[in-house]
Design a protein around this ligand. Sequence first.
Ligand SMILES: NC(=O)c1ccc[n+]([C@@H]2O[C@H](COP(=O)([O-])OP(=O)(O)OC[C@H]3O[C@@H](n4cnc5c(N)ncnc54)[C@H](OP(=O)(O)O)[C@@H]3O)[C@@H](O)[C@H]2O)c1
Length: 248
Amino acid sequence: MKLTNKVALITGGTSGIGLETAKRFRDEGAHVIVTGINPARLEEAKKELGPEAMVISADLRKVAEVDRVFKTISARYDHIDVLFANAGAGTAAPLEAVTDEQIDDQFALNFKGIFFTVQKASPLLVKGSSVILTTSFLNRVGAPGLSILSASKAAVRSLALTLGAELAPRGIRVNAISPGPISTPFHGKLGLSDADLSAVAASIEAQVPLGRFGEANEIASAVVFLASDDSSFMTGSEVIVDGGISHF
Ligand SMILES: NC(=O)c1ccc[n+]([C@@H]2O[C@H](COP(=O)([O-])OP(=O)(O)OC[C@H]3O[C@@H](n4cnc5c(N)ncnc54)[C@H](OP(=O)(O)O)[C@@H]3O)[C@@H](O)[C@H]2O)c1
């Protein structure tokens, strides 16, 4: 097992990529902590991850909530070995329809949420800890209607470089995982009508050189690699798992 006795926090660990990764971390021997926000999905994650897992409800757009997550964790664990800062969401809107509120909301979760998660985790991180930040193929590809989501993900890619440099002297690695289009509930939350969602999905699928959406477990495999000592000489990297969509 690659993560025996490691303490691992996965934000956005109640759904999609985060939940699949939490299961893989658990199966690799880790003590798993997940956060989410939707009560039904929090309950479902408790059942799926089993009694040992910590499941914490927190809206990571609010710094006080991020703070509370780490106070809760500190009551049980005195350190964190693996931090997968993964919670994220997006709203689709063309240039002329984007609002001030949409920009604040997406940056509050996708950028500030990740930034303060790492900042508040920092006192618990130890030499050898691995931090993984979820960016997106959208940080490299121009997709109409996704300007704010894409920009927030480009900011996360940048953070992996800066925080990687800041934390390297402590022996802490920081890398980014960049998923392509993955079959998760994410797309259903973009605020599109069913008809628009089907059209967007078909159009994205046609652009993926491997001809399909990826599965959450294909991202989880790469995150296990980044979390474990198998990637011990990697920091500041972006691991792209996207069926080729950002390359060709
Ligand atoms: N799916 C893709 O095609 C794709 C592609 C590239 C990058 N990504 C990135 O991958 C990450 C995971 O997405 P996913 O596809 O697994 O989507 P998902 O199934 O919707 O999972 C998103 C997770 O983030 C949590 N979350 C949402 N709003 C939150 C908030 N305000 N505070 C705290 N947690 C919140 C969700 O909690 P609840 O379930 O409780 O709402 C859920 O656990 C995201 O950062 C996303 O941008 C996804």
